[in-house]
Ligand binder design. Structure first.
Ligand code: ADE
Ligand code: ZN
Length: 325
């Protein structure tokens, strides 16, 4: 049933989409020591959110050249298309590029080439959301926002913040979101993943976002759920990620359906798929098998992703038309 549903995902970190095989391959190309990064089965080794973020940073550091990043987006977007996706939006990070010794411009051009090549090969449409990393601190998040505004690129259409939401307060990032918003970028922020409902409320109070990355813990506060509905905020839900990182014991316990039933506009994405044993097809499949979502329910999640996507009006109309056909 799931294979035939047109899909879209709007919450995936491009460095977090690199498979262990690709990381080993690119790491070998550059002679990088990767000892300790993998477990006995060859998967990424991590056991909690902090060690996940550490493994993520180490794996990201193997990507050094525009060609490496081109291969990363081409591989990721081609695999999305192979699972029936028509649209994908990825988080990118100028901080991770700089750590690899690459300028923002070279990084974005490499990523964009892979997106264009994947569209030419499969028809999938892609966009990028520049992010600051919360645990690197507010000063670097401001630099990330200034960088994306000062060096605009047609495929970079959003700005956001990812990383460890247990650190800092959204008001510390308000200037970064203000300048990104004034430049016309779509805005989203990770909240309500490891932070409670108050982290979602603080993000809404201070950052002017139209979407929240995760936001799933809003379910713990009915007033907040009502506010999310009233303000038409879209949640980028990533059930497989939430289970892998221990927020919920299994998909059957995930509040995806409860949030949707309360009137929240929900979408489904894979976050960092190889770390969590996930993919966009797997996420749709789990929602069908473990939460009983129907074909129509899942098609509605795809439609919401396209409606909330950070794209120009003609592109959105073209994507919505593909859902009809
Ligand atoms: N960066 C990559 N994946 C993330 C996640 N699930 N939460 C916060 N920051 C991230
Ligand atoms: Zn994320």
């Amino acid at each position: 049933m799931v294979a035939t549903i047109p899909k879209a995902e709007i919450h995936c970190h491009i460095e977090g989409a690199a498979s262990p095989e690709l990381v080993r391959h690119v790491g070998a190309r550059h002679g990088i020591d990767l000892s300790g990064l993998f477990d006995d089965t060859g998967a990424f080794a991590w056991h909690d959110f902090t060690s996940f973020l550490g493994a993520y940073d180490r794996a990201s550091a193997v990507f050094r050249t525009p060609e490496d990043y081109r291969d990363l987006t081409f591989t990721y977007f081609s695999s999305l298309a192979a699972e029936g996706a028509i649209y994908g939006e990825v988080f990118i990070s100028s901080d991770h590029a700089l750590a690899s010794g690459l300028s923002y411009r070279d990084y974005v051009e490499g990523l964009a080439q892979g997106i264009r090549d994947a569209e030419a090969a499969t028809g999938i449409v892609g966009r990028m959301i520049a992010t600051g990393v919360r645990h690197y601190g507010p000063a670097r998040i401001l630099v990330a926002a200034e960088t994306v505004v000062n060096e605009p690129h047609p495929l970079v259409t959003g700005f956001g913040v990812a990383g460890d939401e247990r650190m800092h307060h959204p008001r510390d990032f308000a200037d970064a979101f203000r300048i990104a918003g004034e430049a016309g970028l779509g805005l989203t922020v990770h909240a309500g993943e490891f932070g409670g409902p108050e982290s979602v409320r603080d993000a809404l109070d201070h950052l002017g976002v139209s979407r929240i990355g995760h936001g799933v813990r809003a379910i713990e506060d009915p007033d907040l759920v009502r506010r999310i509905v009233d303000e038409d905020i879209v949640l980028e839900l990533c059930p497989g990620s939430n289970v892998a990182l221990g927020l919920y014991p299994d998909i059957a316990s995930h509040p995806f359906a409860r949030l949707r039933d309360a009137g929240v506009r929900v979408t489904v994405s894979s976050d960092d798929p190889p770390y969590f044993g996930s993919s966009i097809g797997a996420e749709y499949g789990w929602l069908a098998s473990d939460l009983g979502l129907s074909h129509a329910d899942l098609a509605e999640a795809t439609r919401t992703s396209i409606e909330a996507a950070f794209v120009d009006a003609p592109t959105r109309a073209r994507l919505l038309a593909r859902l009809e056909g």
